[in-house]
Ligand binder design. Sequence first.
Ligand code: TTP
Ligand code: MN
Ligand code: MN
Ligand code: MN
Length: 392
Amino acid sequence: GTIAVPVSPHACQRRTTLNNRNRLFTDALNILAENAELSENEGPYLAFTRASSVLKSLPYNVTKMDDLKGIPNLGDHSRKLIEEILEGGTCNEVQDLIQNVRYQTLKKFTSIFGVGVKTADKWFKEGLRTLNELRASTIKFTKQQEAGLLYYEDLILPVTKVEADLIKQIIEEAVHRFLPSAIITLTGGFRRGKEYGHDVDFLITHREEGREEGLISKVISWMTAQGIILYDDITDNSYHKWKYKESETFDRFAKCFSIFKLQKMVHNLEPGRTCSHGSLAANETRGIGLAGHAGSPRHLTATAAKDKDWKAVRVDLVVAPFGQYAYALLGWTGSRLFERDLRRYAKHFGHMILNSHSLFDNKQNTFLLAATEEEIFAHLGLDYIPPQERNA
Ligand code: TTP
Ligand code: MN
Ligand code: MN
Ligand code: MN
């Protein structure tokens, strides 16, 4: 007979491919997780996210409650949900939620680039419900939010792997103009093997440490002159100002959150392309609107025309010094839960502090160097998990 290998409660000790055999349950759990996140309930958010994640890692379809024997990270609430779906195919709580106006509105508002839960909730409490109401309001948007509204219809479309590879070529050309042997790596969801993403993430480095300094602004300036950049927000490296023996969610690398203007390829006209938010209202389809001045009507739409020959795509560029490259690569590959559990595992089981720059060993009072991700897993005492199996 076979010996059942126990399922680890840590996402970084599980192999989670994109072949999710329990989507019916994980979709439902993700909605509860999302609702908790939109309500800033961190505990339930994590509980539902962990429950969903453990089901994603199972190599079989769950068809009866008995299949969940010994599976960690499933609380009473999650188990009840699974049981209800096993019995009737749906879960009432989830059905109610997707009809809920607050849930729908906050989900829509937070899908705007630059809008977080706090802002979305504030607008909801002010009575705002639709993007057109936002656009017509007197709200003082940030530059990021203005871009988010301007390119909204494009930015909610999934980015394909083909588009990601095309953007990689564009970035390589731009980066190599200034630093010929710079290394450019596709990270985020695409490195984990996803066919679609909400953005495209890149990590840039150079073997000679220091050569990467100042690169990002040169590259963005050049691409802006080429008409490729619709929006950019560059952050300088601030690692030197950091109490770096901390495990923070955010890193201190030089980076740029941007929106690219991607020319559509002739063979990629997307005839049946759909928009998850339905067809556009007539008043949203008129030409290219620009951010208006205070007091004048703002349209904040640029992506409504169906026949335009370009697509706005969110791109994240991160520049790491070579000595921190392996940590940056691990930190920017995800998934979010995989990263979270790596850091938690490092802290509780290794007395180490992991972030996207380094690994600090509290017992030896020293930084552990690594040239590859494999070496980082080894430092942590974990089996190496390749990117395609980090879809926790
Ligand atoms: P995302 O691009 O947000 O997520 P993703 O690529 O996994 O999925 P999607 O298709 O939705 O884009 O983040 C990629 C990784 O980068 C993720 O593991 C978290 C990490 N990250 C940071 O380390 N710092 C940051 O400031 C951000 C935004 C992300
Ligand atoms: Mn991404
Ligand atoms: Mn994302
Ligand atoms: Mn990203």
